[in-house]
Design a protein around this ligand. Structure first.
Ligand code: PEP
Length: 249
């Protein structure tokens, strides 16, 4: 279902004390947001149980930063299955974050399998796609995001497109302080929507890449941008709340 949505990807940041402080700050004010968007935080896996317990009963949901591509249990050392994440309180799982693709060699096909396994466990995959600066400069943006998205749809079946959240995250804008302009982001979001067939009007498409309180309004004001996947700014309660307010209906 298409809806306004803000998700905070904490990456490899945090500890138990930080979870207490950050969530205290968010939970103190989140109820005052009028017509709030859907909201989730995505902590490192080991902090998921603590986060899930703290946000239970609030409007904040929980996601995982990755999910094993295998369903069920087995000899997959170091992996965490979708069922385990679900039991720990997750509703979402990121798949294909550019850091996973670039630093850990995750292929389009593997990202597709991870999305399929997430769906199998009842999680909503947040499928990250985005081009590097070299690819943008070579006019390959649409080709890259199309390839990345189609690999996921090939794995899940196009009929599951409605069950995905897509996050367009230009690699050159992640953690760099350099944001795509609202027009640049809107153009790619509109293109991504054309790739979703009859599901297009129903799919939530987030923008990610140096979203902050002061640029969120302009980005979220674009027709095909339904909210944001937020990295650095999601580690500060006041920034995260301000971004959630900008995504309110
Ligand atoms: C991200 O990690 O998904 C992200 C968008 O990071 P940042 O907001 O810090 O650019």
């Amino acid at each position: 279902m298409r809806r306004n949505f803000v998700a905070g990807n904490w990456k490899m940041h945090g500890n138990r004390a930080m979870v207490r402080e950050l969530l205290d700050g968010i939970l103190a004010e989140v109820d005052q947001i009028e017509a709030p968007p859907a909201m989730a935080v995505i902590p490192p896996a080991i902090l998921i149980p603590q986060v899930a317990e703290r946000v239970a009963g609030s409007a904040i949901e929980v996601g995982a930063q990755n999910v094993c591509d295998q369903e069920g249990e087995g000899a997959f050392t170091g992996e965490i299955s979708g069922a385990m994440l679900q039991e720990a309180g997750c509703r979402y799982a990121l798949v294909g974050h550019s850091e996973r693709r670039a630093l850990y060699g995750e292929s389009d096909a593997l990202v597709g399998q991870r999305a399929l396994a997430a769906l199998g466990a009842g999680l909503t995959p947040i499928v990250c796609v985005g081009e590097t600066l070299e690819e943008r400069d070579a006019d390959q943006t649409e080709g890259v995001v199309q390839r990345q998205l189609q690999a996921v749809l090939a794995a899940t079946g196009a009929d599951r497109a409605r069950d995905l959240v897509i996050a367009y995250e230009p690699v050159w804008a992640i953690g760099t302080g350099r944001t795509a302009t609202p027009e640049q982001a809107q153009a790619v979001h509109a293109f991504l929507r054309t790739q979703l067939g009859s599901a297009a009007p129903d799919v939530t498409i987030l923008y990610g890449g140096s979203v902050k309180a002061d640029n969120a309004d302009a980005l979220f004001g674009m027709d095909d941008i339904d909210g944001g996947l937020i990295g650095g700014a999601s580690l500060k309660a006041d920034q995260f709340l301000a971004i959630c307010r900008a995504a309110a209906a």
